[in-house]
Design a protein. Structure first.
Length: 280
């Protein structure tokens, strides 16, 4: 047999911010990282706005995000925002539910705490209360993935990170994750997995704090028959206390630096060399 002469697919990366607070240096680094991987391979760098986070999503910030990326010297192709993709999330949830892989969950955070749930990768691991007894149909409900059923269906799965190498998909640190929230049409896990497939993303780049989430996304890809990308989780920029930069902790806004007259191209060059002190 001869090797295929077909060229590999073009590299496609993306930056997918949620407009629920100002961009900071951590966002800048993540965008630059994804941009540079695509450009080095002659591929495409996409901007996708993840704007389905209810009242926390602020449309007024989206143009500010674009101005920040321009200020950093980045060029991109913009793809449809999450708010235009709700039908695809509903269709995927309906498919999984029809196969008995989702169940309704009405439990509150306090009820989960009171059940003695153990700590996992994203907080408390759900103890399966509603899986073992019918949820009250009159109460608002999330839809959870039955992890045991899902793993039996897909079998052993491997996913690959460019820096860390291959990993076996493992949901033990998550339990039955929420795929459709009570207050939103999809969880991060369902939406980002579907969106990356729809946008043709071939390398999923994001911070190392989301490394373990890729276990969930690999399982969803297998369940829904989606293409499997390469992942590349990058290191995080930290504040002077050694914590990752975060909107909720008031990390300095990029727009303030831009509007003060700082040179965005110079800042981007510093970030690429890891010479910027995070939080300054």
């Amino acid at each position: 047999m001869t090797a295929s002469s077909e060229p590999p697919p073009p590299v496609v990366t993306r930056f997918a911010p949620s407009p629920n607070g100002p961009m900071h240096l951590g966002h800048a680094w993540s965008a630059i990282f994804a941009h540079d991987i695509a450009r080095a391979a002659g591929g495409r760098f996409l901007l996708r706005i993840e704007d389905i986070d209810g009242a926390r999503s602020r449309p007024d910030l989206i143009d500010d995000y674009r101005r920040n990326l321009e200020w950093l010297g980045l060029e991109w192709d913009e793809v449809p925002a999450q708010s235009t993709r709700l039908a695809s999330y509903a269709a995927a949830a309906d498919e999984l539910a029809s196969r008995g892989l989702l169940y309704r969950c009405t439990c509150t955070r306090k009820e989960i705490e009171d059940a003695g749930a153990r700590e996992g990768e994203e907080g408390l691991i759900y103890p399966g209360t509603c899986k073992h007894g019918p949820a009250d149909p009159a109460l608002p409900a999330a839809l959870r993935l039955d992890a045991d059923k899902a793993l039996r269906e897909v079998g052993e799965l491997i996913w690959n990170d460019a820096a860390a190498g291959p990993a076996a998909a493992d949901l033990s640190g998550f339990g039955d994750v929420v795929l459709v929230r009570k207050d939103a049409p999809a969880s991060y896990h369902l939406a980002v997995t579907l969106d990356d497939a729809a946008d043709g993303v071939t390398i999923v780049t994001r911070g190392a704090d989301l490394f373990t989430a890729s276990h969930i996304h690999r399982v969803l890809q297998a369940l829904l028959g989606l293409p499997v990308p390469l992942w590349h989780h990058h290191d995080l920029l930290l504040d002077p206390e050694g914590r990752k930069l975060a909107k909720r902790r008031g990390s300095p806004a990029l727009s303030d630096r831009r509007e003060s007259g700082e040179d965005g191209l110079a800042l981007a060059a510093q970030l690429r060399l890891h010479k910027t002190k995070a939080g300054t």
